[in-house]
Ligand binder design. Structure first.
Ligand code: MG
Length: 397
């Protein structure tokens, strides 16, 4: 068995740590060549560098890079700082595989940098495909780089679609747990706290994706991700609420037959699949179906979860709409996590931003990056205005 060398970006986050668990389980098969991280969890990054001995490390901030170098002392790897340094790791063609687990559209540069440089990109950064799916997929095809999703739904679809003829497929069905607010009224959802929104019922995930799961924006982003990844029209990608999160997604064929992929809610499974495809690595333990209880399904309620409706509209509209929506969502989710806006303001900010930033139907990469920046500025302005209006209302009230 030959050794696969891995560049892992976003190493201290939830997917990054799952990836290193998989590597730790099979050190003869994998070697970590480089680690990239935001740098806000230096303790974890330091531990990872000491354990996996990468040749290169990149951290988003200058100060964090200096602190890490100081802590690692003389026998340290090359440590670089800045977003360009992280993308430079992605472009290093001495690695076989990039695992991109950066959060948000900030991960797009690394996805693009890796195309044509590494053999395989294992993609957890769904925002790369939401913000610039057409550009990414065109380059993937041109360069012949493999792109295997780590998102659990898309890993499920990849497994169900593997080797099957496209003409025979009727629709893709993404399952959604429904998030922590599945049973709440629209009014209770609008005033939910950060703590409520972070309490996901079935998955343990990072903060940004947990909020996206509470608004169901995550499922909207995943429809757009599936559209690009599998070159499939948005109107034939459906979403069904499946609170038990046992079925990770399904493919329905023209003859009415459905293939589903089932498994534990543990991201090490899709990571293992993405790293070892088309082989299968062994994992400990077996999945006990009898312990699962009944599996249930519900229709989605787009009225109580307007972010999903906004995302599906953006998916159909195409052009710069998904990039603008994604950027506005990142700003709004960030403001909610800092407790500067209420949960109910997230869809309003996204919708208003989409209404203001000029739409381009067939954007270039520069157009998409420009739309992303314009949307961030616009959404930021709306966050600040909302905060001021609230202060005025309180003074009067
Ligand atoms: Mg997912």
């Amino acid at each position: 068995m030959s050794v696969t060398t891995i560049t892992l970006l976003g190493s201290t986050g939830s997917i990054g740590r799952s990836t290193l668990d998989v590597v730790r389980d099979d050190p003869r098969r994998f070697r970590v060549a480089a680690l990239g991280a935001g740098g806000n969890d230096l303790d974890t990054l330091e531990r990872q560098v000491r354990e996996f001995s990468p040749r290169r490390v990149a951290v988003a901030g200058e100060a964090a890079a200096e602190e890490l170098s100081r802590r690692l002392g003389r026998r340290r790897p090359e440590v670089a700082a800045g977003p360009d340094a992280i993308a430079a790791l992605a472009a290093d063609n001495s690695s076989d595989c990039l695992v991109n687990a950066i959060v948000g559209a900030a991960g797009l540069g690394s996805t693009l940098a890796a195309i044509g440089a590494v053999k395989r990109i294992c993609l957890a950064n769904k925002e790369s495909l939401v913000a610039a799916g057409t550009v990414v997929m065109d380059r993937i095809e041109r360069e012949g780089t493999e792109l295997i999703p780590i998102d659990s739904e898309h890993s499920a679809l990849h497994q169900c679609l593997d080797g099957r003829k496209r003409e025979g497929i009727a629709r893709l069905v993404l399952t959604a747990s429904g998030g922590p607010f599945r049973k709440l009224s629209a009014a209770s959802i609008a005033s939910a706290s950060v703590g409520d929104a972070l309490a996901h019922p079935t998955w343990k995930m990072g903060r940004k994706i947990s909020i996206d799961s509470a608004t169901l924006m995550n499922k909207g982003l995943e429809v757009i991700e599936a559209m690009h990844l599998f070159r499939f029209p948005a109107d034939r990608i459906d979403v069904v609420i499946h609170p038990e999160s046992v079925i990770h997604s399904m493919v329905e064929f023209n003859d009415g037959s459905i293939l589903a992929q089932l498994g534990e809610t543990d991201m090490r499974h899709p990571v293992r699949y993405a790293l070892s495809y088309p082989e299968r690595m062994s994992a400990r333990g077996s999945f006990d179906l009898t312990a699962m209880g009944p599996l249930t399904f519900e229709a989605v309620d787009k009225k109580r979860f307007p972010c999903l409706a906004i995302a599906l509209d953006a998916a159909r509209k195409g052009g710069t709409a998904p990039a603008v929506m994604n950027a506005a969502n990142e700003v709004a989710v960030g403001a909610f996590l800092e407790e500067t806006i209420p949960f109910g303001a997230i869809p309003t900010i996204i919708r208003d931003t989409l209404g203001v930033v000029p739409f381009i139907e067939s954007p270039t990469l520069d157009d998409l990056l420009g739309a992303d920046l314009a949307a961030r500025a616009e959404a930021d302005r709306r966050v600040k205005n909302g905060v001021e209006e609230e202060a005025v209302r309180r003074r009067k009230g």
